[in-house]
Write a protein that binds this ligand. Structure first.
Ligand code: ADP
Length: 493
């Protein structure tokens, strides 16, 4: 099916990576237990380095440092504009070191180097965007009844626990640090256990940028231990989490004990709807990108591909043709178009869904197998003749597997697009402005794309309806989740 990248010399060299410490209170330290775990290269399955594993003791130290920095350190009294300057400085340092960071990201996450470079630009954009916000977070004066002056202050929520996944390690870090720091919070972040390296390098750059000790703390470890300890800690005021909705349920329950604020960015099973009147060249290209970008390891992946019946057959054929040309291989080779899935576990899960799809009667049109015998590669896969209630049409597979679902009318497709507990993203391809806007209004999703896909910018709110999330990241909307509103009322004589 898909072709292997020809053997060629790499344009980019894999660096030697040293063992990774934790970053607590402005210092790089070993974990209290001295325990470590390996970081793996998913293109080969080989270990890259060892990583310090934080437990509740390390979490406690990080939270204490963050609390101290919030309440006593220079961060508390710093001018808002100066917080912005630190974020600008960090953006400049990321830009200066972008190639090194992109290579590390590709090495550890399996993301292809060209995508990793794109992510790094997103990181820089995010830090600059929120740097600009730092001194524009304003309260209001309120026309209260009586002879009083009432005004509001917007103050930091406090110590924020941030727990991120492995699919966009640095970009997710930036989406969380940017608004949190612009609003004056302090941060205890846990990186994903699959991708523990690049966030630690960013901690180093934050130190170089001049963030005071304790403002940013970065930990590594597993979800059920390190992550759970952050969620349970009474010194943490808010949890910002990106990951699976089942994990979010556990976090929400655990956070209830201390009534922490929570924001969640969870998964999706996004409907990508192609009407027969669409520009089919664009739509085929768009549907291909929608599902196969980053090997389908995106919460917004266009995994339910609804195609209007008259166009379906040709559409599927053209999509299948394109999968044959896809070059899978070394993420550090610039000609590679698709890297490995992040782990053996993910690869096995995806291949399990492929089997289930066949068993439940869907027609496998392309792909469906592991690619090669080293690393965790999965061929770009297409199922046609998928029914709405099949597992491959309902569950988030998080891999390069698309389900093609035929439809007959606007109303039919809107109802079926909404028949999911997810609501992260949706797209529609049509030349009919009326259909496009009706779909955009009616679909229950946090982001809707018209004649495009995966266009996500730091300036626009991003998040989910239903079980795809709570709250919004990016844009001005994120600031609401990182500030508390305080009302001050003054009696006037
Ligand atoms: P994914 O399927 O993307 O790995 P997860 O929700 O399992 O999604 O993981 C996302 C992040 O949540 C990771 O950093 C992981 O370690 C963390 N995590 C997993 N379980 C928990 C938990 N019980 N409490 C806190 N964090 C967790």
């Amino acid at each position: 099916m898909s072709t292997a990248a020809k053997t060629r010399s790499r344009a980019v060299k894999a660096p030697k990576v040293t063992d990774q410490p934790l970053f607590i209170d402005g210092k790089f330290v070993d974990s209290a237990s001295d325990r470590t775990f390996p970081a793996t290269n998913p293109a080969t399955g080989e270990a890259i380095c060892q990583v310090a594993e934080a437990d509740a003791t390390d979490v406690n130290l990080a939270v204490q440092a963050a609390r101290q920095a919030l309440e006593k350190g220079p961060w508390k009294t710093m001018d808002a504009a100066d917080r912005g300057r630190l974020l600008y400085k960090l953006a400049d340092l990321v830009e200066k070191n972008a190639e090194e960071l992109a290579v590390l990201e590709a090495l550890n996450s399996g993301k292809i180097i060209t995508d990793a470079r794109g992510d790094l630009q997103g990181v820089v954009n995010t830090f600059r965007y929120y740097a600009g916000w730092a001194d524009k977070i304003e309260g209001r004066t309120v026309p209260v009844r009586g002879n009083f002056l009432s005004y509001t202050l917007r103050q930091p929520v406090g110590v924020v626990g941030q727990i991120i996944p492995w699919n966009f390690p640095l970009l997710m870090l930036a989406w969380k640090w940017g608004p949190a720091l612009a609003c004056g919070n302090t941060v205890v972040m846990k990186l994903a256990e699959q991708t523990p390296i690049t966030g630690m390098r960013l901690a180093e750059l934050a130190l170089e940028a001049g963030f005071p000790a304790g403002v940013i703390n970065v930990l590594n470890g597993y979800g059920e231990t390190t992550g759970a300890a952050i969620v349970a800690h009474p010194g943490v005021d808010k949890i910002a989490f990106t990951g699976h909705y089942e994990t979010a349920k556990v976090i929400q329950k655990a956070a209830a004990d201390t009534l922490k604020r929570v924001t969640f960015e969870l998964g999706g099973k996004s409907p990508n709807v192609v009407f027969a009147d669409a520009d089919l060249d664009q739509a085929v290209q768009g549907a291909f990108h929608a599902i196969y970008f980053h090997g389908g390891q995106c919460c917004t992946a266009g995994s339910r591909l609804f195609v209007e019946e008259p166009a379906r057959k040709e559409f599927v054929q053209r999509l299948a043709e394109k999968t044959k040309e896809r070059r899978l291989g070394d993420p550090l080779d610039e000609s590679t178009q698709q890297g490995p899935q992040v782990s053996q576990e993910q690869m096995d899960k995806i291949l399990g869904y492929v089997q289930m799809g066949q068993k439940q009667g869907a027609r496998l049109v392309a792909g469906g197998k592991r690619h090669g015998d080293k690393g965790y590669f999965v061929e770009p896969t297409i199922f046609d003749g998928v029914k709405d209630d099949m597992a491959i049409a309902r569950d988030e597979i998080f891999g390069p597997v698309v389900s093609v679902l035929p439809f007959k009318s606007v109303d039919d497709v809107i109802e079926r697009a909404n028949n999911t507990h997810y609501g992260l993203a949706a797209a529609v391809w049509t030349k009919d402005i009326d259909k496009a806007h009706c779909f955009a209004r009616e679909v229950r999703a946090g982001t809707v794309w018209v004649n495009c896909y995966h266009v996500v910018d730091t300036t626009t709110p991003f998040g989910g309806f239903k079980m795809s999330g709570q709250g919004r990241e990016n844009g001005e909307a994120a600031l609401d989740h990182y500030t508390e509103v305080k009302t001050v009322t003054v009696k006037l004589s």
